[in-house]
Design a protein around this ligand. Sequence first.
Ligand SMILES: [Zn+2]
Ligand SMILES: [Zn+2]
Length: 239
Amino acid sequence: MKVKVIGSGSMWTSYQSASYKIDEDILVDIPNGMCKNLFRWNVHPKQIHHVLITHFHGDHYFDIPFYLLIKSKNEDKEVHIYCSEEGEEKNRKLVTLAFPNTDTEIMESLSLEYHHTQKFRIHEYEVEKMLVDHGTLKPAYGYLFQVGKKKVGFTGDTCLCPAVEKMAQECSYLFCDCMLKQGNTKHMGIDNIIQLTEQNPNCQLIVSHLEDTTREELKKRNIKNVKIPEDGEEIIIAE
Ligand SMILES: [Zn+2]
Ligand SMILES: [Zn+2]
């Protein structure tokens, strides 16, 4: 598995918002600016077939209209979106807001399938949706990928909750929310990350959704098993 960190920042930073590309055609979250950032790394959004959305805050799905537009204009119109059930209506509304005269045309030309099940398969990966705790925004999910004998997780936005603890126990690599210096009821902080690494020495944490001040503090602290990625960095996970 190859994971490219497209974005590692929180909303109010010069870094792209938290998002990832897995191998050639899978995205985890599709924040505002995602298509532009894919182009920046020489990835054409038309090659993407699978989009996993963790939750419906704008910094995780607002590039849906641009992605669907470009797919509708290309020969390969296959799109699979994995999210909670209210996502179909939310995404449709966004397309109408973005392209009021051509929204129906865009939607009708796509070969678009939604997937709401707890477990699903993408290529060689068995994927499990994990219900995390992102304060009042419900539901919010993380995703757990089985990669050969290893597990690789993506927490999405979350506080430290039982689902995140389970993911850290099971995963060799966990891409996780660490927005804050000190975690609260919506996002994890450096204190939570330290706890997770101490309890799970075999799990490599790759932090994301970082405020700039959190990024600085993490760099100073140099915590074992915690990687602070730059946007565009690729992490190769052997199976
Ligand atoms: Zn959020
Ligand atoms: Zn967010």
